[in-house]
Write a protein that binds this ligand. Sequence first.
Ligand code: PLP
Length: 304
Amino acid sequence: MVEAKKIWMDGHLVDWAEANVHVMTHALHYGLGVFEGVRCYATKGGGGAIFRLEEHTERLFASAHIVMLDIPFTKEEINMAVVETLKANSLSEGYIRPIAFLGAGSMGLLPKDNPVNVAIAAWEWGAYLGDDGIKNGIRVRVSSYLRHHVNSTMTKAKITGSYVNSIMAKREAIESGYDEAIMLDTEGYVSEGSGENIFMVKDGVIKTTALTSVLKGITRDSVMTILKDKGEVVREERFTRDELYTADEAFFTGTAAEITPIREVDGRVIGTGVPGPVTKGVQETYFKAVKGEDSRYEHWLHRL
Ligand SMILES: *Cc1c(COP(=O)(O)O)cnc(C)c1O
């Protein structure tokens, strides 16, 4: 079970076991909440560094703006609260979950006066898709569930309710013996994983899905920067599932999944079946960057 000592809730640190909400919490019924996933890494000197905290907070507020949820704190207050939460839990490395959601009060789809509650939790969390996955790659399947249409659930916001779709795709993948799902968009092109963006490499050309139906991942952006700094060009464009079947390399990116190579899609081996040179090069630089071992990316770190 996930656990730590303290959770920041509506402006105060409370004990983990006391961080509760009422069952009439509006978001529990209808899914109107927005969240972030942020990581903090221990650096060589020992102190922790939060990876791209300001960008995550920006996106939290952008998600809230999209669904018209009024977060009753400033971005600066949220940034400070994230640091405070890590310190209260003596964490120099871990996963951070800020969440803002419509609280208890009236029911009905559009209550006027319910409060917007905000909480920040942090705990120790290893590789989301497993250490073996990071090292040797994972097996994925194309889901029968589509990623949301751009005009149904907004795809640029991390909205709590949208993840029912991701959970169904993930469950289907796991129950049919795979490690993760790839979702197609409503026009049938590759979109992203259940909570990760996707990259593919073919004959030296690197592609990632354009920002249509996918979340604008901060790891995706970091990887694009890293590749640019290596002299590579990343094309942001749609590609098909059979392009992916015949790729030389493919990998997922996400705060939770970090950089996870994909070694098989729908039973087709990708490339040689082991992580390729582009994937490994990106992984190496990314893990150095997050741990403060590459001065070019120091500006991404919010040191504790
Ligand atoms: C969070 C998430 C990602 C990854 O975004 P990061 O900012 O890299 O963590 C990608 N796709 C979906 C659907 C997500 O929820």
